[in-house]
Design a protein around this ligand. Sequence first.
Ligand SMILES: C[S@@+](CC[C@H](N)C(=O)[O-])C[C@H]1O[C@@H](n2cnc3c(N)ncnc32)[C@H](O)[C@@H]1O
Length: 302
Amino acid sequence: MAHIPVLLEAVLEALKPSAGCLFLDATFGGGGHTRALLEAAQGVTVVALDEDPEAQERSEALKPFYGERFQFYSMNFEELETLQEGPFDGILFDLGVSSFQLDTPQRGFSFRFSGALDMRMNPHAGMSVATFLKTARREALEEAIRDFGEEPQWKRVVRGLLEAREKTPIQDTLKLAALVCEILRCQPHPGRTHPATRTFQGLRIAVNRELEVLHRALPQALEKLKPGGILAVISFHSLEDRIVKRAFKRFAGLPEHRGDGIPMQERLPGLGRVWKDVAPTTQECERNPRSRSARLRIFQKN
Ligand SMILES: C[S@@+](CC[C@H](N)C(=O)[O-])C[C@H]1O[C@@H](n2cnc3c(N)ncnc32)[C@H](O)[C@@H]1O
């Protein structure tokens, strides 16, 4: 159930916490990174955000230890520009879902347990996956399964979901997983990726608007950094990582990718520099399998 913070040493090395530093942890989760920053030196202050109400409950446990050095806000990081606090010496995003969310059947993130198909980071906002599957137009389903899930057989999956919902609502994690296996005529095998993995990922990204909020949040984070401040982002799949990589290049005044077509005069002036990115070591992957697909990208503001 515990959530082991990913790439912790690399994050601390990048953010260099020392007395008087002010950090923003935009994805508090179980507070692993926040706690490590607060413990790294006396006089470090951390402002933390999370849109999951259960993260807010977990944040209460830190307050008696750190008092005014720790502040928590229950909010989506796409609104981080509205924070009174800042500018910050460093801002961290550790994207995706926490082990708490994955391991709680009622949250509906995992096909390992039976649970209502929800998958919202904040169950009080937006629409659950069950509602999305019931109401989404074909185009929205295609975007979720093809673009966000990167499911090679998206046409079959979308057709199968549309047919299935005519007969009965799709409301349960195990039922959705079994349905996708049936549509793809493929059974799960131990040691292999479950056939429904991509569909689950796509639906989760869709209902949480994960790529859109990340895209909106990164320039706000840059604005909220002090000169010399560090923006550190850990992502867990190539879609997120591409957004981060391109945003950092854009901030540095570089082409986002080869042939991006942006004329020199329309590029941002270099606002900082892109550091090398960091992947977990083999030892970390063995210790914490969740870190396997993690990638940390670091940007330093001028
Ligand atoms: C991978 S966990 C973070 C784990 C944390 N670093 C730790 O060490 O415990 C990601 C967290 O970010 C939160 N989250 C994801 N997207 C968010 C968003 N747009 N706004 C606020 N919180 C978000 C999730 O609710 C989840 O708790």
